[in-house]
Design a protein around this ligand. Structure first.
Ligand code: F0G
Length: 452
C-alpha cells in the first residue's frame, strides 16, 4: 500500500475492532486478534469536530455545496466529506451518487394504517441501488492505496456498483455471483461495466467463502460490505435524510436486512449525528428480512442476540438471499441502541408491498419492498403507532428486477411454488399487458370499460 495513503488515513480516521477495541491497519477487514469486524473512528472529532467545524457550520457548508460545480461537491456522498475518511480529491471516483429523493407514499400509508409515510429512494443512485454511496468511498480508497484489482461476492447490486466505480477509476474488477436465482439486469450491468464476472455454482454465502480466500492470496482489494469504507459512504444516506427532514428525526427508519451492512451504516450515522449535536434523539431503526432468509430474526428470537443462527437462505427477493450475514453484530448493536426491532415477511407479503409501492409511481425491487410489508406488521403489533413519522429505505430500483415485476403482473410469479394458492389474493394488484388488434375501436372500447 502506498505510504501516503497510510499517513493521510492516520491523520483523520482509524480502524478499530468492534469486539476487542484494538486498532488495525487501514486496509484490513477483520481484527488480527479476535477476527471481529472493523469500523472507522475519528479520534480528532472529540476536540474540534469534523473538519474543525460545529454542527451548524457543517449543515450550512453541506447545503451550500449543492450549488457548486465541483464533482465532489455534486456528489451526495462527498459533499459530506468532513464525516468521511480523508481521501485526496484527485483519487475520488464519483458518478454523482447520493442526493436521492424522499417521497411521500399516501396510498401505502393508508394500506399500512399510518397517517404519513415517506420513502428515501436509494434506488435513484447511478447504478440503481444504495451500494453506490459506499462504493464511491471504498473504491476511491482502493485507488489511493495503490490497488489495481478490486473484487466482491454479490447477489447483484454490489457487483453492478463495484464494476461501474472500478471502470470509472481505472481499476480491474472481479465479480463472484451465485449461478442462478439472481437478477439478469444486475448481471448485465457488471458485464457492461467491464468486470470479470464469474457465476459460481453455489449461493451468495458460498461466493463469500471462496472470495475471502482469493483475497488472502492475491493483491486484490475486497469491496464486500465488511469493507469499513463502504459503511462510511453508506452512512451519508442517513445524514442526507436528516438534512431532508430539516434535521428533525423521524420516529422510525425501516430497512431491509441482507448482509446487514446498510442497517449498520444508518445506525452508525445516527449515533454520530447525536454525538456531534446534529440531532437530539435517535429514530428507531428496524430491520426487515424475508422469512426464507431470516438469520437476524432467528438470532434475536432464539438466542437473544448471543449467537448468529445461520440459515440456508431462499427468497424471490434475491438481493437479500443471504443466510450468514457478516455484519450481524453491528446491526444488532444498532437495533439495541435505537430501540428498534426485527421482523420477517412472507413471499406473498413482499410481492403485495412491491406492487403497492409501484402503484404510487415509485418502483423498487423486491428486497426494498420488505420494508413496507414489515411496517404493516409493526403497526399491527403496536410497535409503530399511526401518528408517528416513518421512513422506509428503498434500496434498489424497479428496473433491477424487471422479471419479477413482469411475472407478478402476468400472474405466474408463484406458479409451481408452495404459495400458488395463496397468491390468488394478489389478483387485484395485477395488471397484465393486454394484447389487442391494432384497431382504434378496440382501444376506445377498452378505455370505456376501464372508466366504469
Ligand atoms: N436491498 C438491496 C436492493 C440489496 O441489494 C441488498 C444487498 C440489501 C437490500 C441488503 O443490504 O446487505 O447491507 O443488509 N445486496 C448485496 C449485494 C448483498 O451483493 O448486492 P445489506
Amino acid at each position: 500500500m502506498a505510504e501516503s495513503a497510510i499517513k493521510s488515513e492516520k491523520s483523520v480516521s482509524q480502524l478499530r475492532c468492534i469486539g476487542c477495541g484494538r486498532t488495525a491497519l487501514p486496509d484490513r477487514f477483520r481484527c488480527e486478534h479476535c477476527r471481529d469486524l472493523l469500523e472507522i473512528i475519528y479520534p480528532g472529532w472529540k476536540e474540534s469536530g469534523p473538519g474543525g467545524l460545529d454542527s451548524a457550520s457543517l449543515k450550512q457548508l453541506w447545503r451550500d455545496r449543492r450549488s457548486s460545480l465541483d464533482p465532489s461537491d455534486q456528489s451526495g456522498v462527498w459533499r459530506f466529506r468532513e464525516i468521511l475518511p480523508d481521501i485526496s480529491q484527485q483519487q475520488v471516483i464519483t458518478i454523482r451518487e447520493g442526493n436521492t429523493p424522499v417521497y411521500e407514499l399516501p396510498h401505502c400509508a393508508k394500506s399500512a394504517g399510518v397517517r404519513h409515510l415517506y420513502a428515501k429512494h436509494q434506488g435513484m443512485n447511478p447504478t440503481g441501488s444504495f451500494k453506490d454511496t459506499g462504493m464511491t468511498v471504498a473504491a476511491s480508497f482502493a485507488r489511493q492505496a495503490g490497488y489495481r484489482w478490486v473484487a466482491c461476492a454479490s447477489t447483484g447490486n454490489t457487483s453492478a456498483s463495484m464494476a461501474a466505480y472500478a471502470a470509472r477509476g481505472g481499476l480491474h474488477s472481479l465479480v463472484l455471483m451465485p449461478d442462478g436465482k439472481i437478477s439478469w439486469s444486475k448481471l448485465s450491468q457488471s458485464l457492461d461495466y467491464g468486470a470479470i464476472t464469474c457465476q459460481l455454482k453455489t449461493d451468495f454465502d458460498g461466493c463469500v467463502r471462496v472470495l475471502n480466500e482469493v483475497v488472502e492470496r492475491m493483491p486484490v482489494y475486497l469491496l464486500n460490505s465488511v469493507n469499513p469504507y463502504r459503511v462510511e459512504g453508506q452512512k451519508t444516506a442517513a445524514f442526507e435524510l436528516l438534512e431532508q427532514l430539516g434535521w428533525e428525526p423521524a420516529d422510525h427508519i425501516i430497512v431491509p436486512g441482507g448482509n446487514l451492512a446498510n442497517s449498520s451504516a444508518i445506525g452508525k450515522a445516527l449515533r454520530e449525528m447525536k454525538q456531534l449535536g446534529f440531532i437530539s434523539r435517535l429514530p428507531k431503526v428496524s430491520v426487515i428480512q424475508a422469512e426464507g432468509a431470516n438469520p437476524l430474526v432467528r438470532t434475536i428470537r432464539e438466542t437473544g442476540g448471543e449467537k448468529l443462527v445461520p440459515v440456508h437462505a431462499d427468497t424471490m427477493a434475491t438481493a437479500i438471499r443471504i443466510g450468514n450475514p457478516a455484519s450481524w453484530k453491528k446491526a444488532l448493536r444498532v437495533i439495541r441502541e435505537t430501540e428498534g426491532t426485527v421482523e420477517q415477511v412472507s413471499e406473498i407479503e413482499i410481492a403485495l408491498a412491491k406492487a403497492e409501492i409501484g402503484a404510487e409511481g415509485i418502483g423498487c425491487e423486491p428486497a426494498s419492498a420488505v420494508t413496507l410489508a414489515g411496517l404493516k406488521k409493526l403497526v399491527k403489533q403496536g410497535f409503530v403507532r399511526p401518528n408517528e413519522s416513518i421512513v422506509l429505505v428503498l434500496t434498489g430500483h424497479l428496473m433491477k428486477d424487471a422479471d419479477f415485476t413482469l411475472k407478478f403482473h402476468r400472474g405466474d410469479l408463484f406458479t409451481g411454488t408452495p404459495y400458488e394458492q395463496e397468491s390468488h389474493a394478489l389478483k387485484p394488484q395485477q395488471r397484465a399487458p393486454l394484447v389487442l388488434e391494432p384497431s382504434v375501436e378496440a382501444v376506445i372500447q377498452l378505455l370505456r370499460s376501464a372508466e366504469k
